[in-house]
Write a protein that binds this ligand. Structure first.
Ligand SMILES: [Zn+2]
Ligand SMILES: [Zn+2]
Length: 176
């Protein structure tokens, strides 16, 4: 009886080890496939090696990036938007931009994310850089809080819709 139990325990242990081995084997195959894609397929697709490490390409390594092919105007817009992503500056702009009730509203249309979406919209607003990128120094420039306008996502998109970008007061006049 004891011998039977020992035999069963041994069998279960062997099966578990076999399952572990199969998992490890499958994992190794997947890693090898990924490695092959990164090292062999991406360079053949003409994807620059400095781009393949970015998150998007990691998610889908077989897709060649087209980021090198944006027209110049698009690149300028990215530069503008990335300047707006200075978190501390935006945080301070938000602190100063609250109305007397402590709410953040769009400077163009007065949209209030909290009023419309409730808790999920609380404290949400986007920051728009009001200085046209053409006026900024070539090597970058310190951005002041007053250079940022707090706007809703719709107004922000409309401000950037056409070049030259609309001024804040121009957009405000367009809102019916
Ligand atoms: Zn708005
Ligand atoms: Zn903007």
């Amino acid at each position: 009886m004891i011998g039977q139990e020992l035999g069963s325990a041994l069998l279960i242990s062997l099966l578990n080890s076999l399952i572990d081995c199969l998992f490890i084997y499958a994992y190794c195959i997947e890693q090898a496939k990924l490695h092959f894609r990164e090292e062999t397929l991406l360079p053949n697709l003409g994807c620059p090696s400095n781009i393949k490490k970015t998150k998007a390409d990691k998610l889908d390594p077989e897709r060649p990036s087209e980021r090198g092919e944006f027209p110049e105007g698009e690149l300028k817009e990215k530069l503008h938007l990335s300047r707006e992503r200075n978190r501390e500056l935006v945080r301070q702009a938000k602190l100063l931009g609250r109305d007397q009730d402590g709410r953040l509203k769009c400077a163009c249309c007065y949209f209030d994310f909290f009023a419309t979406y409730g808790e999920v919209g609380k404290d949400f607003i986007e920051a728009h850089h009001t200085k046209p990128v053409s006026t900024l120094l070539e090597n970058g420039e310190e951005t002041k809080i007053e250079d940022l306008a707090l706007v809703c996502s719709n107004c922000h998109s409309m401000l950037h819709r056409k070049r030259p970008w609309l001024e804040m007061d121009e957009l405000s006049k367009l809102i019916c």
